[in-house]
Ligand binder design. Sequence first.
Ligand code: GTP
Ligand code: MG
Length: 140
Amino acid sequence: QERTLILLKPDAVKRQLRGEIIRRIEQKGYTILALDQRTASHEELTAHYAEHEGKPFFPPMLEFMSSGPLVALVVAGDECIAGMRSLMGATQPTQAAPGTIRGDLGRAWDKPVIENLIHGSDSPESAAREIGIWFPSLAA
Ligand code: GTP
Ligand code: MG
């Protein structure tokens, strides 16, 4: 079965939305293989978001993503990478469709980085790389 790496970002934890988001993942029928709450280091986050290094929102993104605990999960299920992306909705919560996690629970805030509650790997290559960063013991 396919696997994907999900992060419940610090805004989701602060807003007490962990249960609501995990409920949606479980109701979709995916399996949670691993789950860990931790405060991420800048090193982990720089590895995770390597593709965005150098962009204007990169420093505020590191600050936001290390501002409090996040929850990292490995989720499994057939085609769960694409399935989780559609469950999450668009990157900008104001553009995410109602019914999605970001569309129902997210909104715009006056912040230098978009706070959008959840991350999900965007390809099989990203999923393998990101599982290696957050859960080295589960790396293929
Ligand atoms: P992730 O699942 O977190 O990777 O989000 P995504 O795949 O929907 O978006 P992407 O990988 O393009 O961007 C990663 C994160 O950077 C987003 O979740 C936002 O928090 C932030 N971000 C992306 N694009 C912008 C932007 O144009 N402006 C700002 N301020 N933040 C952005
Ligand atoms: Mg992304």
